[in-house]
Design a protein around this ligand. Structure first.
Ligand code: GLN
Length: 537
C-alpha cells in the first residue's frame, strides 16, 4: 500500500483539497483504488457546530459524519466512499488520547504530544488503509506549514514515512508563487521559505505544486527545483483554471503529476483514460445551451457556504449540455426591494439549507414568487420548509404559519421539531444526520426524475413537516411525493399545477458528481431552460 501526503504552504485557500481530489481522479483512472482523507488541525471535534463564516459548508456523509468541505471534492472527483474515518480533527485526536489516559491505557507514563498524539494520528492512517483496502491513500493536512496547531500532524506523517520505508510514501507540497505587478514577475521566495520550513520539521517534499496566476517558465522551474531540492520535472505548475475546477485533473495530467507520483511510488499502471472527463470540460466550456438560475440564501457573500449546491447546479447543467450562470441572491435584499426586480429573468429559483431566522422572510417571498409566476423552484432542506410555510400562509390562509425554529409561538407550526429531537440538549452531532431511505410516490414528478421508488439521500436537520397539517395541505393540492418508508416523515413535496416545484427535506446536493449529475438537479436545470426558452431541451 502506498501513501501520499499533501501539505500546503505560504497561504491558506490554495486548493490543496482540489489538488488531492484531482490527483485521485487521475490515479483512479489508472486503475488504482484510491482512498482520501483530511486532517484538520482545529480543536472542534467536527465542523458541525461552526458557522459558515468560520468554516464554509459542512459536508455530510452517508454515515452522518459532519465533515470538511474538501471531502465534498473527494467524493465529486472520485468514486471513493467516505465515512467519518476520512476526516480527523485535532479535537478527535485529543478526545481519544484523553479518554485513553482516563482508561489507563498509558498507565505509569507521562502522556505527551510525541508519541501519544502522533501515534493516534498514525493509527488513523493505518486504520483507513486497513478498512479501505485501497492501493493508494491520499492524506491532506489542513492549514499551512508553520502553523503551531498543525505541527503534531506534520510530525506524525514524518514518522509515518520513516516507518513505511522509501518508495512507499510521497510528499506533495502545494505552494503559492505570487505575481508581483510592480516587478512584472512571479516570485519564488515564499515557496522556497515554506519548503525550508517543512524541511526544518524533517520533511523534504518530492513534488512542489505551484499555484500561480501566470505560467511558470523554465527558468523559474529550475530556480524552484534548485532551492527546494526537487528535480525540475517535480515542479508542477498549478495555474488558476480558466473555466472550472473540473479542469484540474487534466491540468495535472498535462504536468505529468500522476506519472511522477506512480514512478516515485513504484506503481506500474497504464496511462489514465480521461476522454469522458474531457467531454465534461467541453460541456462546461462550450455548452449548447445556457440558462441563469438564482440561489436565494443568507451566506451569499461567502464563496464556500453553499459549495455543494453550486457544484450540483453545474452538474445539472452538464447533464443538459447547458451552461449555468448562478446568480447569488441575498434573501434580505428581497425583503427590502421585493421579488420582481431581483428575480425577474431567472430560469429557476433555488432555496438551499440554512439555520436561524435571518433572511427567512425573503426566502418565503421568493418561494411565493416562484409558485405564482410558474418559475421552476427547487428547495433543499430549509428550502422545503420555506415552501411549506409559504403555502400555508398564502394558499391555506393559515395566518402567521411558521416553523417553530423561527417562531416558537406561531399559531400554525407547520414545521416543527422532529419527535426524536425533543430531548436533545447537546449541539454537536445530534441532528438527524446521514443517509436514510425515502419512498417516492407513484406518478409524481420526483419518482419520474429518479426513475425509481426507493432512494437514499443524506440529511442534516432538526425540524420536519408537522403531520397534523398533512390532510389540510393534501386537500389544497400540495403533493407529498416522498416520505420515510414508514410514511411518517415528509421527505419530498411538489406541486402539480406548476412546471417544476419540488423541494426535499434531504440534501441531494451531497450526492451529485460531474459525471453522475443528480436527477433532481438535472430536472431543475432542464425546467429552468424550458421556462426561459419555452421549448424543451
Ligand atoms: N434549520 C432547519 C432544520 O434544522 C433546516 C436545516 C437545513 O437546512 N440543513 O430543520
Amino acid at each position: 500500500m502506498k501513501f501520499i501526503f499533501v501539505t500546503g504552504g505560504v497561504v491558506s485557500s490554495l486548493g490543496k483539497g482540489l489538488t488531492a481530489a484531482a490527483l485521485g481522479t487521475l490515479l483512479e483512472n489508472r486503475g488504482l483504488k484510491v482512498a482520501l482523507q483530511k486532517f484538520d488541525p482545529y480543536l472542534n471535534v467536527d465542523p458541525g457546530t461552526m458557522s459558515p463564516y468560520q468554516h464554509g459548508e459542512v459536508y455530510v456523509l452517508d454515515d452522518g459524519a459532519e465533515t470538511d468541505l474538501d471531502l465534498g471534492h473527494y467524493e465529486r472527483f472520485t468514486s471513493t466512499k467516505l465515512s467519518r474515518m476520512n476526516n480527523l480533527t485535532s479535537g478527535q485526536v485529543y478526545q481519544k488520547v484523553l479518554n485513553n489516559e482516563r482508561e489507563g491505557v498509558y498507565l505509569g507514563k507521562t502522556v505527551q504530544v510525541i508519541p501519544h498524539v502522533t501515534d493516534e494520528i498514525k493509527r488513523r492512517i493505518h486504520l483507513l488503509a486497513e478498512t479501505s483496502k485501497a492501493d493508494v491513500i491520499i492524506t491532506e493536512i489542513g492549514g499551512t506549514t508553520g502553523d503551531i496547531e498543525g505541527l503534531p500532524f506534520v510530525e506524525a506523517i514524518r514518522e509515518f514515512a520513516l516507518e513505511a520505508g522509501v518508495g512507499n510514501t510521497c510528499f506533495i507540497h502545494v505552494t503559492y508563487v505570487p505575481f508581483i505587478k510592480a516587478a512584472g514577475e512571479l516570485k519564488t521566495k515564499p515557496t522556497q521559505q515554506s519548503v525550508a520550513k517543512l524541511r526544518e520539521i524533517g520533511i523534504t517534499p518530492h513534488i512542489i505544486a505551484c499555484r500561480c496566476e501566470k505560467p511558470l517558465d523554465k527558468e523559474l522551474r529550475q530556480k524552484i527545483s534548485m532551492f527546494c531540492n526537487v528535480p525540475v520535472e517535480a515542479v508542477i505548475e498549478a495555474k488558476d483554471v480558466d473555466h472550472s475546477i473540473y479542469e484540474m485533473p487534466l491540468m495535472l495530467q498535462r504536468e505529468r503529476m500522476d506519472d511522477l507520483v506512480c514512478r516515485l511510488l513504484h506503481l506500474t499502471t497504464p496511462a489514465p483514460n480521461m476522454a469522458y472527463w474531457q467531454e465534461i470540460i467541453r460541456k462546461l466550456i462550450a455548452p449548447q445551451h445556457r440558462v441563469r438560475v438564482g440561489v436565494v440564501g443568507k451566506y451569499i457573500e461567502l464563496q464556500d457556504a453553499y459549495k455543494s449546491v453550486y457544484e450540483a447546479i453545474i452538474h445539472g447543467g452538464i447533464a443538459n449540455d447547458c451552461g449555468v450562470e448562478i446568480v447569488q441572491i441575498d434573501a434580505e435584499t428581497i425583503e427590502k426591494e421585493g421579488p420582481a426586480k431581483i428575480l425577474k429573468g431567472l430560469g429557476g429559483i433555488l432555496v438551499p439549507g440554512g439555520f436561524g431566522e435571518r433572511g427567512t422572510e425573503g426566502k418565503i417571498i421568493a418561494a411565493q414568487y416562484a409558485r405564482e409566476n410558474k418559475v421552476p423552484y427547487f428547495g433543499l432542506c430549509l428550502g422545503m420548509q420555506i415552501a411549506t410555510i409559504e403555502y400555508a400562509r398564502n394558499v391555506l390562509k393559515l395566518d402567521k404559519a411558521h416553523s417553530t425554529e423561527f417562531n416558537p409561538d406561531t399559531p400554525h407550526p407547520v414545521i416543527a421539531l422532529l419527535d426524536a429531537q425533543r430531548k436533545v440538549t447537546k449541539k454537536g452531532g445530534t441532528m438527524r444526520l446521514g443517509a436514510m431511505p425515502c419512498q417516492l410516490t407513484l406518478g409524481t414528478k420526483a419518482a419520474a426524475l429518479y426513475g425509481s421508488f426507493v432512494i437514499q439521500e443524506r440529511h442534516r436537520h432538526r425540524y420536519e413537516f408537522n403531520n397534523a397539517y398533512r390532510e389540510k395541505f393534501e386537500k389544497a393540492g400540495f403533493v407529498f411525493s416522498g416520505t420515510s418508508p414508514d410514511g411518517k416523515l415528509v421527505e419530498v413535496i411538489e406541486l402539480t399545477n406548476h412546471p417544476f416545484y419540488i423541494a426535499s427535506q434531504f440534501h441531494p446536493e451531497f450526492m451529485s458528481k460531474p459525471h453522475q449529475p443528480h436527477p433532481l438537479f438535472k430536472g431543475f436545470i432542464a425546467a429552468a431552460h424550458e421556462h426561459i426558452h419555452h421549448k424543451p431541451l
